[in-house]
Each structure stands twice: as C-alpha cells, then as structure tokens.
Design a protein around this ligand. Sequence first.
Ligand SMILES: Nc1nc2c(ncn2[C@@H]2O[C@H](COP(=O)(O)OP(=O)(O)OP(=O)(O)O)[C@@H](O)[C@H]2O)c(=O)[nH]1
Ligand SMILES: [Mg+2]
Length: 392
Amino acid sequence: MKVKKYEASTIESALSQVKADLGKDAVILHTRKLPPKGLFGFLKKERVEITAALDINLIDPNIKSKLIPKPPTISSDSVPPRFEEKIGILKSEIDDVKSLVKAIAHQLADPLLQNAPDSVLETYNHLLGNKVCEELAKEILLSAKKQLNKGELQNIEKLREAVYEQISNLIYTSGPLDVPKGKRKVIALIGPTGGGKTTTIAKLAAQFSLFKNKKVALVTADTYRIAAVEQLKTYAEIIDAPIEVIFTNEEAREALDKHLDKDLVLIDTAGRNPHNKEQLDELVDLMKSCSPDEIYLVLSMTTKLTDQMDAIDRFSGVPIDKFIFTKLDETTTPGTMLNILAKTKKHLSYITTGQNVPEDIEIADSKKISKMIVGVPFETTEGSSKETSRVS
Ligand SMILES: Nc1nc2c(ncn2[C@@H]2O[C@H](COP(=O)(O)OP(=O)(O)OP(=O)(O)O)[C@@H](O)[C@H]2O)c(=O)[nH]1
Ligand SMILES: [Mg+2]
C-alpha cells in the first residue's frame, strides 16, 4: 500500500494530481480543508488536502510500470559470465571500492590531505603507487610543503621537485666499497635465499680485479648446493681469482689466513631462510669466525616490504653494516627502498640492475633513486652510470 497526501486550491485540482500520480485505481482515504496559514492568513484562500492510497497489486499495469523499476534486461547476444567469474569480478570490484574508500577516508581524515590542492593529492597517490608507506609519504609531503609558497604548492612540477629533494635526503648511501692499497679488506655478503649474493660477489670481484687492478680472492661458504660452488668457481676462473671453498668455521679462518696478501677478499654465504633459527645461528658463528671488515645484507627489491622488514629483523643477530639492493630492473615499486632506508637508517652501498656480470651493478646514488620514486624513469644508460658502475 502506497499512501500520499496532495494539496491544491480546489478539490478538482487535488483529484487530478492524485489521478496523474497514482492512476484511476487510487483510493481516496480522506479529504480536508486547510485553514489559511500565517499572520495575514485571513487575507488568503482556503486550500484542500486529499489523502489517497494505492494498492500496488491492483493498479493499472501502465502506472505500475512507472512506480516499480524494471529489472535490468540482458541483451540476447551477450553471454552471461559463469558464476565463479561473476564472483571473481565482484570480488575485485569490492577490493577496488575498499581501497578507494580507504584512500578517501585517509584523505578526509588527514589535515594534510583535507582540501589539499590536486598537485598534493596526485603526488601522494603517486608515492603510494610506488609503495612508499602512507606515513612516510605524508611526512615527505609535509616537509616539501614547508619549502613552498601557496602558488608553488599548486604547481605539480615544483611540488615534485621539492619531494624529490626530501626523498634524496632520506636515502643514506655509503659510497663505493673502499679498498685502500696495502690493507686487506674482507667483505661478506649475507641474506635470504636467491637475493643475488653470488651474482653480486661475481660483479664486485670482476669490477675490482679487472677495472681497479686489485688483488681479489673469493671464499664461498655456500656448500649446501654443488651448483652454488660451481657458480662462483666459474666466475673466479673468468677473472682469474683464487677461490676457497669452506665447510667449517676453522676452514674459514684458514682460508682468510691464506690470502693476507690480497686487497679484497669477498665471502659468499649460503642463502638463509629468515625463519630458520638454526641456519641463522650458523651464520652468526661463521661471521664471528671470519670477522669481516664489513657485512652487507643483500635484499631483492622484488620481495614484499613486509618480508624484507622481517628478514632485516631476523638477520639482525649479525652486525650488518650496509645494504645492497638487487633486481632493481625487475621492481615496479622503488618506494620499498626508501621505506627500508628511512626505517633502518642504514646505508645503501650498491644497487644491481640485471643478471649481467660485471656490468649490472652501480654505486647507490640517492638522487637517482629519488628520481625513480618521484616518477622520472630510471636511466641505467645515463652518461655517468658506466663510470659509477665501475665500483671506483
Ligand atoms: N633481474 C635480475 N636478476 C638478478 C640480479 N641479481 C641476481 N639476479 C638473478 O637472481 C638469481 C639468484 O641469484 P644468485 O646470485 O644465485 O642469488 P643468491 O643470493 O646467491 O642465491 P642463494 O645462494 O641460493 O641464496 C639468478 O638467476 C641471478 O641471475 C639483478 O640485479 N637483476
Ligand atoms: Mg648464492
């Protein structure tokens, strides 16, 4: 039952309103005269009110069709998707809506983003898209905002430039591995499995021996897989560097004693599962036996941030000096680097950008990484990159 009130100056005009709206099946429930309203009501005419009702099941189909929306029609030539497909589509649409609502809620709740110019929102969303953490993205924007006047803030170019500066300041880099003459340097690379340790050792060994004329020796503690030893042996042969394969901590010490005359000794370690305590304890013992001058944690940038932070946490039993970030060529989320460096305040030494030995390695450059995050494409063929890749 649908009940409605109609008001007009005459009963006829009220009735015609009822008929036009509810049709000829409408039932008049009540009529009454309305007294004139207001201070000078006595000067105005009376009005009429009709209360009419309609039983939706009895009404004229023409009127009913106007009152009840038709279900959407499916064209005969469109094939309805299968149930699972429909569910899949719905799920992804729900996910989209959820993230949109989340983003809007954040933007509404945050004083920085509330009523912010489009340039700020666009840059914020860009940073999030590159996987910079929300809090960090806001901090960066706030600092950038302080550098700009109102007009500059609305100019996306100016804002991005300021954001670029802020990000550069948050990326701590160590510069290249320092290998002074006459003082042997021992470096160990550790990290989760498959991060690129062995390939990076080969790149560093080749760069230092071929381009810097340093006397390099390799030590591998990765004896779990035959292939791992073979992998490093092959590189050692190519660059004509001695290689020691060590099974025990005692052998590690002996191997290092054998190469006191070298400029650089690079120790490759087996990939460790960050959740395997026994493996991590072994690594801690090995590092104590070797006592390298510097320990580098190698992390692949194709790994999720939560897994990387978890690995950093679990490897913290080993005194890590610096990071090497690998597989930059494969990542679409360069903001991850910033999150790690801003959070840990540790220095980044090298980045690697491909599988080619020895060329796909560069000394970490905060400005270049900042460009990647802010949106300028990563220029691996930039004029100076060949020079910087020579680990000088
Ligand atoms: N795309 C790309 N692939 C890389 C890079 N560095 C290493 N890789 C590849 O990643 C894979 C694993 O590299 P490894 O050097 O064997 O990694 P690892 O950390 O020594 O592995 P484990 O010893 O098993 O822990 C290989 O296929 C490498 O060619 C890089 O910068 N970019
Ligand atoms: Mg390896």
